[in-house]
Design a binder for this molecule. Structure first.
Ligand code: AVJ
Length: 313
């Protein structure tokens, strides 16, 4: 039925500025959100099919198996809001169970989001769908004029929250309260701490798909910023850091080399790392402490095979 798409202005030259800033820092780093160009999105889907990477499959299995209970705990909602909705596949289970009148999906990649969200308004004829192409990490407030009144549920699945260090995660969850409004709830999925060998294997799959995903970041910079990274001169290196409670992904320089990026010369020493991602793993109590700092009150949780979904008010 009703479908609305708005591309809200992103008032920053994100990729160029963020990459040049990250490459001039020490240690060098690039924010993980830049993994997800078209090739990166396809590679991430391929990661989710690898036997070692169970995160997506486990969350789907949990949501399917426990949905009656989850829906009962949530109760009636008028609007579901999903930041970072991407292909809009995950929210369907919730739409089936909760039958809200309104769905708002937000993503930095506006055009693919609109393409994924439009079919939802056909498949759910009573549902009003609003797709907002926007940078919800830096400018969440821009979404509020497009959200209907009533009881809202913010849905943040997939352990995306694991990309943020605990302080930044708490800050983002605090901003989600703006989306939820008064009386709102938050349903969030995250990966649990588990056997470090299992974690290690999940980010070092035998087929090399995670390595290709990591290296695609350099290919993207070659394509979009006219950079000249030689992908054979960097090694995918991912490991679980149990002190920090996170997977760290790096691209380690195999030689001393200079690379041109957006017209600037960037020097890499032999063995120097370009840090590309943190993927934090939590215990349930650790996560509820973070959400508690953000002003959310724990109300229920579901755990299955090393993955957790928690509900907050
Ligand atoms: C999309 C952030 C949940 O951290 O597991 C997968 C991204 N990186 N393999 C994760 C990712 C390497 C993924 N998240």
């Amino acid at each position: 039925m009703a479908f609305t798409f708005k591309n809200l202005p992103v008032d920053r030259d994100d990729l160029r500025v963020d990459v040049l800033t990250g490459l001039s820092a020490s240690p060098k780093s690039i924010p993980p959100k830049y993994f997800y160009d078209d090739a990166g999105c396809r590679l991430f889907e391929a990661i989710c099919r690898q036997p070692e990477y169970a995160l997506r499959r486990t969350e789907q299995a949990l949501m399917t198996a426990r949905m009656p209970d989850i829906a009962a705990a949530i109760g009636h909602v008028d609007c579901i809001i999903e930041p970072g909705a991407g292909d809009c596949a995950k929210v369907r289970l919730l739409l089936d169970a909760l039958r809200p009148a309104h769905l708002a999906v937000l993503d930095i990649a506006g055009a693919p989001l609109a393409a994924a969200a439009e079919p939802l308004s056909r498949d759910y004829p009573a549902l009003a769908v609003t797709a907002l192409g926007m940078d919800f990490i830096h400018d969440l407030e821009a979404a509020t004029p497009y959200l209907p009144a009533g009881r809202r549920l913010v849905y943040y699945p997939g352990s995306s929250i694991g990309n943020f260090p605990p302080d930044a995660a708490a800050a983002l969850l605090a901003r989600f309260r703006l989306l939820a409004g008064t009386d709102g709830q938050l349903l969030i999925g995250f990966d649990l701490k588990k056997d470090p060998q299992r974690l290690h294997a999940a980010y070092n799959d035998a087929a090399g798909v995670t390595a290709a995903f990591n290296l695609n970041l350099l290919a993207r910079l070659n394509r979009e910023l006219g950079a000249d990274f030689d992908l054979a001169c960097f090694r995918h290196y991912a490991f679980y850091n149990p002190v920090a409670g996170r997977i760290e992904m790096h691209l380690v320089s195999l030689a001393e080399q200079d690379v041109m990026v957006a017209g600037q010369r960037v020097h890499f020493a032999l063995g120097e790392t370009l840090h590309t991602e943190h993927s934090y793993k939590f215990r349930c109590d650790e996560f509820s402490a973070i959400a508690g700092n953000a002003g959310w009150q724990w109300s229920a949780e579901w755990v299955q095979d090393g993955f957790a979904v928690q509900l907050y008010r």
